[in-house]
Design a protein around this ligand. Structure first.
Ligand code: CAA
Length: 289
């Protein structure tokens, strides 16, 4: 398949990443199907797109017509079979759990014609392992987007052990068509960005545990000292503490290296349900939990 043949993209998952990827595909002019398990989740996905777009309208950066056109190219589904109809590429952004993903891919493989390309937005799991449950390991690739997907320029294109050159090429070209800059990455836990970024966030929790500085000052130090747009705790709250912990666990498990040991404080906050902005409370309090 050539990138010119891609007309319709099916995005699985309407959470932060799924909705952001669906929006990105629609902005680039593709027709989009977005699927999640319940009407409520699908509706939540549309709301996640609408809110920041409406803010842009209020700031005079975009017209209401443009917002409606972006949302109008996206159809919401709960039925997997319906969502997959006519899709040339499937981008999966469901819960980061290997068992859930493998079960889904087995089903997808049965429901979609052979030529359809599967791309997983996994942030650290093995592309090779997911691809192995399908009969199309050569047409299976990782496309890792960054939050907020409509804004962040990078896509890590991950080659599993069986991914063909043609599929990697298609994912690179599709990323460019989506207005992104792709980098090709060999399969390795955490790929490039999360292997570097998440241990840094994890170490911030260790600093806090050792009372080296307050959360506000740790954030301030990294923002002013390295020009990060957000400090490590602001970023951890933004992406989700559970997401960061899951990445650390994969890095630790896959490498066996103690340098990737999740911080006990990060673990404790996740256990307490303090997952960040999405639950109203993480390192900071957002008045919702
Ligand atoms: N859709 C469309 N536009 C959006 C948007 C969305 N969902 N969210 C923000 N924007 C736009 C805003 O409209 C604004 O546009 P204009 O400049 O044209 O007005 C622009 O993006 C910047 O947004 P804001 O003015 O609201 O806020 P900001 O300047 O503080 O930037 C930010 C917000 C882009 C999130 C910035 O703080 C940032 O870059 N933070 C770091 C994000 C980051 O590191 N992400 C990676 C996380 S790691 C990850 O995702 C991988 C993983 O697997 C865990």
């Amino acid at each position: 398949m050539q990138v010119e043949d891609v007309q319709r993209v099916c995005v699985l998952g309407a959470g932060t990443m799924g909705a952001g990827i669906a929006q990105t595909c629609s902005v680039a002019g593709f027709s989009v199907a977005m699927r999640d398990l319940t009407e409520e989740f699908v509706e939540g996905g549309f709301q996640r797109m609408r809110d920041p777009l409406e803010k842009r309208v209020a700031r005079g950066k975009m017209t209401q017509e443009e917002v409606e056109a972006i949302l109008g190219r996206i159809e919401g589904f709960t039925s997997l079979e319906e969502a997959l109809k006519g899709a040339d590429v499937v981008i999966e952004a469901v819960f980061e759990e290997m068992g859930i993903k493998k079960e889904l891919y087995g089903e997808l493989d049965r429901l979609t014609p052979d030529e359809v390309i599967f791309a997983s937005n996994t942030s650290s799991l093995s592309i090779t392992e997911m691809a192995a449950v399908t009969g199309r390991s050569d047409r299976f690739v990782g496309m890792h987007f960054f939050n907020p997907a409509p804004v962040m320029k990078l896509v890590e294109v991950i080659r599993g052990s069986e991914t063909s050159d043609e599929t990697v090429q298609l994912a690179m070209e599709l990323s460019r068509k989506l207005g992104k800059e792709p980098v090709e990455v060999k399969e390795s836990a955490g790929f490039v960005v999360n292997r570097l970024l998440v241990p840094m966030l994890n170490e911030a929790f260790n600093l806090l545990l050792e009372n080296v500085a307050s959360p506000e000052d740790i954030d301030k130090a990294m923002k002013l000292g390295t020009n990060m747009p957000m400090g490590p705790f602001e970023l951890a709250d933004f992406t989700g503490l559970d997401v960061g912990l899951a990445v650390m666990e994969v890095l630790h498990r896959e490498s066996g290296d103690p340098k990737f040991r999740p911080s006990p404080l990060l673990r404790q906050l996740v256990r307490a349900g303090r997952l960040g902005r999405k639950t109203g409370r993480g390192v900071y309090d957002y008045g919702g939990g």
